[in-house]
Write a protein that binds this ligand. Structure first.
Ligand code: ATP
Ligand code: LTN
Length: 336
């Protein structure tokens, strides 16, 4: 029975604490998928160093990330939870893809354009080849689907192109061609201070993002001071400004209602009502996760055990795929 489950895989960078966008756009959906799919969920720590990281902060954020996964309901008994750097096949396959991808296609990646623009003159090469490492993350596990937010669709498309390129080159079905899986609700939570940009871990202004580590008081304050517009009363969803629409979207994702239903509930009321109700919903959802997360962070031995078991399970699957690629490429296998 277990063998028949289709496989999914996804990951988040431990570049900071996870935020409400990561929760609604990713982890919450992953949690729901655990029953139906064989799941691989990792913290992509190798990706995090595409921008310079302080070593101690990176270590802490990696533990924090795994603790958030478990606290938000990813079950280590059911899903494979692991750190990317614990499975060396990721970096190895990424090299093969560096030799298979073209400068032109990587130059067109929106995330590279955005992130490199923020780097000034010295743009790390890893930021440019990032999609190849992501393709390796995915293809090693032969997943059917890759649950990601809208912003990652282009990278999954690149992954499919590389898989087809290698399969065609060696005339073998080495890689399964994965599909992106974009959840409907919470696909794009916007920055509370700058609602035309997505909520992001690497924001300059931390008031724009609600982090899973924020206290109830901080959450209330951030949501209540969300930027809206110069109006005062909620009208319809279609007429709403980006900031207002973001609040309606967050409310609707957390209360499992359509955005029309939420807009109707607050129609004709002052913006403050929507803000307070939404802030309360965010607190209600995140407080228990934060408490569990803090408990887990006090037990690093437990977290290390989860990471060890996860890496062992992941390694078996990943190595099998890597061996097939090495063999097709013409590398002599190591004599056991
Ligand atoms: P960074 O700022 O470090 O690039 P990020 O906040 O954009 O990080 P990622 O680690 O890139 O987060 O993304 C992890 C997952 O969360 C991905 O599936 C991504 O699509 C999803 N995600 C990230 N930000 C949002 C958001 N604002 N709304 C919905 N989903 C999001
Ligand atoms: N690039 C993704 C994170 C990521 C990922 C992956 C997602 C790295 N490897 C593999 C899904 C599958 C991001 O920035 N959100």
């Amino acid at each position: 029975m277990e063998e028949q489950k289709r496989t999914i895989l996804s990951g988040i960078q431990p570049s900071n604490s996870l935020h409400l966008g990561n929760y609604l756009g990713a982890v919450r959906n992953w949690r729901e998928m655990q029953q139906e799919y064989r799941c691989f969920y990792m913290m992509v720590d190798l990706h995090a160093i595409t921008v310079t990281q302080d070593p101690e902060t990176l270590r802490e954020s990696s533990y924090l990330g795994i603790a958030s996964y478990i606290a938000a309901g990813l079950d280590p008994e059911n899903s494979v939870l692991f750190l990317q750097s614990h499975v060396s096949a990721h970096a190895e396959l990424a090299w093969i893809f560096n030799c298979t991808s073209y400068m032109g296609e990587l130059s067109r990646m929106t995330q590279f354009k955005d992130k490199s623009a923020k780097q000034g003159k010295n743009i790390p090469v890893g930021l440019f080849t990032y999609p190849n490492l992501m393709a390796a993350d995915i293809l090693l596990y032969q997943p059917h689907y890759v649950p990601v937010g809208n912003d990652q669709k282009q990278h999954v498309e690149h992954t499919r192109n590389l898989a087809e390129r290698i399969n065609n080159r060696y005339q073998k079905d080495i890689f399964k061609i994965p599909e992106p899986f974009i959840g409907k609700q919470g696909a794009r939570v916007m920055d509370l201070q700058n609602p035309t940009s997505k909520m992001s871990k690497s924001v300059e202004n931390p008031k724009g993002a609600v982090f899973l580590t924020d206290t109830d008081k901080q959450i209330m304050k951030k949501v209540k001071s969300a930027v809206t517009d110069s109006g005062s009363e909620v009208k319809t969803y279609d007429e709403a400004s980006p900031g207002l629409r973001n609040l309606i979207d967050i409310n609707s994702a957390l209360s499992n209602r359509s955005h029309e239903e939420v807009a109707n509930e607050f129609s004709g009321k002052m913006y403050g009502h929507l803000k307070v109700a939404t802030a309360e919903l965010v607190v209600e959802t995140l407080a228990p996760i934060r408490e569990k997360m803090n408990q887990l962070l006090n037990d690093k031995a437990y977290l290390n055990k989860i990471l060890k078991t996860g890496a062992e399970s992941a390694q078996i699957v990943a190595q099998k795929t890597l061996n097939q690629v090495y063999d097709a490429t013409g590398f002599i296998p190591k004599v056991p």
